[in-house]
Write a protein that binds this ligand. Sequence first.
Ligand code: DAH
Length: 344
Amino acid sequence: MKEQLQALRERALAELAELAEPRALEDFRVRLLGKKGEVTALLRGMGAVPAEERPAMGQLINSLRAEIEDALAAREAEVALKLKNERLAAETLDVTLPGKAADKGGLHPLSIVLEDLIDIFRSMGFDVVDGPEVETEHYCFEALNVPKDHPARDMQDTFYLGEELLLRTQTSAAQIRVMENRKPPIRIICPGRVFRADEVDATHSPVFHQVEGLVVDKGITLCDLKGVLTQFAQEIYGADTRVRFRPSFFPFTEPSVEVDVSCSACGGTGCRVCKGAGWIEILGAGMVHPRVLAGCGIDPEEYSGFAFGIGLDRLTTTRYKISDIRLLFENDQRFLSQFKEGGK
Ligand code: DAH
């Protein structure tokens, strides 16, 4: 048996020296050292060896196994290194080729305008809060003094998700949640998406964006509303922008106003952007209706407040002279890449 071992050893080492492929090395391992391999078969054949010779023979076989394993590992390393060197020699790297500039992303125009808007209101002491997009009739309408038969409750305007739930049609819903959870003084804005069952055209989209604002404290008057919103409009559109407050109606404010700014494209003389009017409407606002305050547990005898809802999409299209609101939602790179540098 010793001779058999010796012969196997020589044959194996000689064969190994010839092998130059990882696949062939793996075959070799299986053939000799695998479960059904030759060395393993030798160990299995130990039964036929006389008992007194078994320990010595076992040792010989094990050291043969170890020797073949070591030789195999060494050969594998050699082959791997050789293949790697061959690959490196074959590869050419032209370090003189011009580099590929990484394409830099940028903020969406709506995000740019929203960030500016948040900066402006933060500097006036407002907190930014979030509200749910799926709302109840109570928060979206009832608590805002929108009675059951109001046209805004019509199925045409509102996406209902069942009996009680709907997609909020206005961020004003957030006012109620805030007043229920905070004590005055309150100064918040709540930006977010709103949803209405509108046909899509150049100025309408079923999904658009509003920024709600709410101030509640002792002694708040329409003068505070005018001061804050004038400041805001002039920071967004420029210091020489004129601001106009028109009487209007919202169920949750009394009195109510709509706010226009002089058209920044023509300075107020009338052009395509303002459709000849010289003015652009950017928000609705008013003094919070006493019934709304009382419904949230705030005593309207002690406190008063104003609220406003800014149309973020309108703010963005007029600022950048974008003629079609659909461009804001289509994610066309040719459009979006024009805003890469962000900011004003
Ligand atoms: N929610 C109104 C809308 O969608 C906008 C609005 C008007 C919000 C007056 C207010 C407000 O908070 O006081 O048209």
